[in-house]
Design a protein around this ligand. Structure first.
Ligand code: ADE
Ligand code: ZN
Length: 333
């Protein structure tokens, strides 16, 4: 099964590009850009990656973004991620970026988008990885700031496939962003949102009804509300679950306590993703291995997880069919 997980073509739907900043690269960018860091070494920084909840992680994650300053930084960050996951047989990836974490430091939207998308284009040509870029609004900021961000993104909409919502969840319900998501919809952008990671099931409901999202990021707290589970099953709403993220951020005490298997048994369209792999101890393969170790899934279940991601992606029907065929072939081999 471990060999199968390694060779299976994989689709990633929940990945924050800023969350792929490995400590070594963070220190290299800091040196290049003259940024003084609060941790003395790579080892000391890694040592600090012991989180007790989402906020304790976000505090370090936003600190880390300070080293990202030039188009070249964003290009190299994204290229390094693509090289790593190419080696794990990721064939398609949908990538969040948090523009406000950069524009608030005086970095132009164009610098960020140009660097990321230059790497994505090269990743497609040289590594054969297709991709979509998702602009994510920071929910701890107000809706007016999200509107400013959407306006700043307008010249780049040919390279942005959707909008998302992330950052500190509790106290910042999806309804806070209803108008800006409506404006994004007017621009033709589909929507996704983090909901039910630490926040209550009501936030999942709000994301569906008020933001009209096509999928839910995390959504693990859905199991607390049977009526909502039934609705997500009925409407086939995909959930981008991030197993190592959930255990590292103490949403669950350990992988065996994760509700992933229960969610699959309910018939929910669950997918496996890495969220912020540099901070949570693993990319796609490590996430699949962690759930495999905890639940001992059979081939068919692994294939279902993979195919769910293909189906839930922003790809067109032909591209979906092509990747699904490759996945089936790898599993039957
Ligand atoms: N930003 C980066 N990772 C996140 C997560 N897991 N939840 C909310 N916001 C995030
Ligand atoms: Zn996330």
């Amino acid at each position: 099964m471990r060999a199968l997980i390694a060779r299976m073509p994989k689709v990633e739907l929940h990945l924050h590009i800023e969350g792929t900043l490995e400590p070594e690269q963070l220190f290299a960018f800091a040196r290049r850009n003259g940024v003084v860091l609060s941790h003395p070494s790579v080892e000391a920084l890694r040592e600090a990656y012991r989180f007790h909840n989402l906020q304790s992680f976000l505090d370090l994650y936003y600190q880390g973004t300070a080293v990202l300053q030039t188009e070249r930084d964003f290009y190299e960050l994204t290229m390094a991620y693509l090289e790593r996951v190419a080696a794990q047989n990721v064939v398609h990836t949908e990538i969040f970026f948090d523009p406000q974490s950069h524009t608030h430091r005086g970095i132009a939207m164009g610098t960020v988008v140009d660097g990321i998308t230059r790497a994505l284009k090269e990743g497609e040509q040289r590594l054969g990885i297709s991709s979509k870029l998702i602009l994510s609004f920071l929910r701890h900021l107000d809706e007016e700031d999200a509107f400013v961000t959407l306006r700043q993104a307008q010249p780049y909409l040919d390279r942005i496939a959707a909008v998302g919502l992330d950052s500190s969840e509790v106290g910042h319900p999806p309804s806070k962003f209803e108008r800006v998501f409506a404006a994004a919809r007017e621009l033709g952008l589909p929507a996704v949102a983090h909901a039910g990671e630490e926040g209550p099931p009501e936030y999942i409901m709000e994301a569906l009804e008020r933001l009209q999202v096509m999928r839910i990021d995390h959504g693990v707290r859905v199991v607390e509300c049977p009526g909502l589970v039934a609705r997500l099953v009925e409407e086939a709403i995909p959930l981008t679950v991030c197993p190592l993220s959930n255990t590292r951020l103490r949403v669950f005490p350990d992988m065996k306590s994760h509700t992933l298997k229960q969610m699959m048994d309910y018939g929910l369209k669950v997918t496996i993703n890495s969220d912020d792999p540099a901070y949570f101890g693993g990319y796609m393969t490590e996430n699949f291995l962690a759930v495999q170790d905890a639940f001992g899934f059979d081939r068919q279940t692994l294939l279902t997880l993979g195919l769910n991601a293909v189906e839930a992606s922003l790809l067109g029907p032909d591209e979906k069919a092509r990747i699904a065929e490759r996945m089936r072939a790898a599993v039957e081999q």
